[in-house]
Design a protein around this ligand. Sequence first.
Ligand SMILES: Cc1cc2nc3c(=O)[nH]c(=O)nc-3n(C[C@H](O)[C@H](O)[C@H](O)COP(=O)(O)OP(=O)(O)OC[C@H]3O[C@@H](n4cnc5c(N)ncnc54)[C@H](O)[C@@H]3O)c2cc1C
Length: 454
Amino acid sequence: MRRRVVVARGLAAASALSAAALGWRSRASSQGGGAGDAPLDALVIGAGLAGLACAQRLRAAGRRVLVLEARQRLGGRIWTERSQGLAIDLGASWLHGMANNPLYPLLTRELGLPVLPSDGLGQITVGPDGRRWDGARHERAEAWLAALVARAEQQGEPDQPLSALLPPRLSPDQRFTLIADVEHELGAAPGAIAADAPLGDGQPLLGGDALVPGGLDQLVRHLAQGLEIRLAQVVRQIHNSPQGVRVTTASGAVYQARGLCCSVPLGVLKAGSIRFEPPLPAAKQRAIETLGMGLLDKIVLLFPERFWDARGWLRNDGPEPGLWSEWVDLTALIGRPGLMGFNAAEVARRVARQSDGAIVSSALAQLRRCYPNAVIPEPSAVRITRWGDDPFALGSYSFAAVGSTNAMRQELGRRWQGMVLAGEAISPAFPATLQGAYLSGQHAAQSLLSLWGA
Ligand SMILES: Cc1cc2nc3c(=O)[nH]c(=O)nc-3n(C[C@H](O)[C@H](O)[C@H](O)COP(=O)(O)OP(=O)(O)OC[C@H]3O[C@@H](n4cnc5c(N)ncnc54)[C@H](O)[C@@H]3O)c2cc1C
């Protein structure tokens, strides 16, 4: 999610955070579920923001918690790439809605970290003919989109696709604005988005956005402090009963506890990568199937020097709609000349199937189109994401797909026997965001504590 425009409303590499560094003390045996050991109060599946927030809240209440994480790193969809002395966020980048985002005071006041407000950054759009859009043309296109969004929010139905509210013919500027401000925002095409939630189904994000110099893994490190975490534990089965929970991993390890928070992404739940025994109740299963998992992919290109003039956003309304249509200048954030480009939805899926070399060539071709008079060298460093192929994400973030309602997120967050689901997709207030994941993890912890009478 990049939220460049608000239309109508307002790990030192994580692998360095090894289990040993975090003071791992397992109370569950890797075979047979810890017979003879004192039982754990809770297992938390997933060491993203939701899982870590849940585990911290339980730990603060004096409970014994073990976090099981499939990857060799913490953070999940927070993925700060640290090489060449840089910190570049390849998953989430922005703190959205600083005025009602609990992570903003946590980062700035508690951790004392600086943030880089990103509202009001300049933007330049280069049209298909190579000419640059002027301000008035931007304003017209965005006023059109604001009107469409307002109408969709008032008149749209959850069972209707947003595309049904579009005029039969879109002007090129309207089509580009729809791609840049809706398709990229939700990671999905208007044909897949529920008409009543054109910009998402949560509460408004207030107070502008900010980037975090130094990387969002600083937040992950903070939230992981003092927790017992075991990496490389791919959970395959969760057995859930009123007496307790039992978890089996791909390597056959078995863990048992009184309760469990499962914070794997919606994409993983959709794929059925984890078997629930007994199966999830029908209402939860229906919510999982109906809510959408969007896709946004990034490329980061570092260059010896800046050849671009856009201090902020470069928008590329190129010949192929949606391909590398947005770029953000990273120079102020990372202190080196760099650009981050985005693809979303079907375009992102298509690009992800190409080789790294072909992806870089296609990105450079678009930059050369935008700057025909510049000599653009090969980038000195490249990072490419493929979030849709990542087996522990299977997409970037959830969106209100046709047929889904915000109540489905609430349904997913309701405890079922000893288990509660958490994660951005389960947050009715702030789905698809960092704060949504964080708050849903805290909510899951509270739900387990209430079950135990704490
Ligand atoms: C490209 C991109 C850009 C984004 N931009 C923004 C942004 O700018 N601002 C914003 O607010 N949000 C953004 N988001 C969304 C944000 O990253 C997520 O909402 C948030 O990080 C989700 O946290 P989570 O804890 O719910 O899930 P995750 O962080 O995905 O954590 C789930 C964890 O479960 C683990 N897991 C999965 N399967 C298993 C298994 N079988 N066994 C054990 N563990 C498992 C995963 O490895 C992962 O660590 C972006 C996301 C992406 C991908």
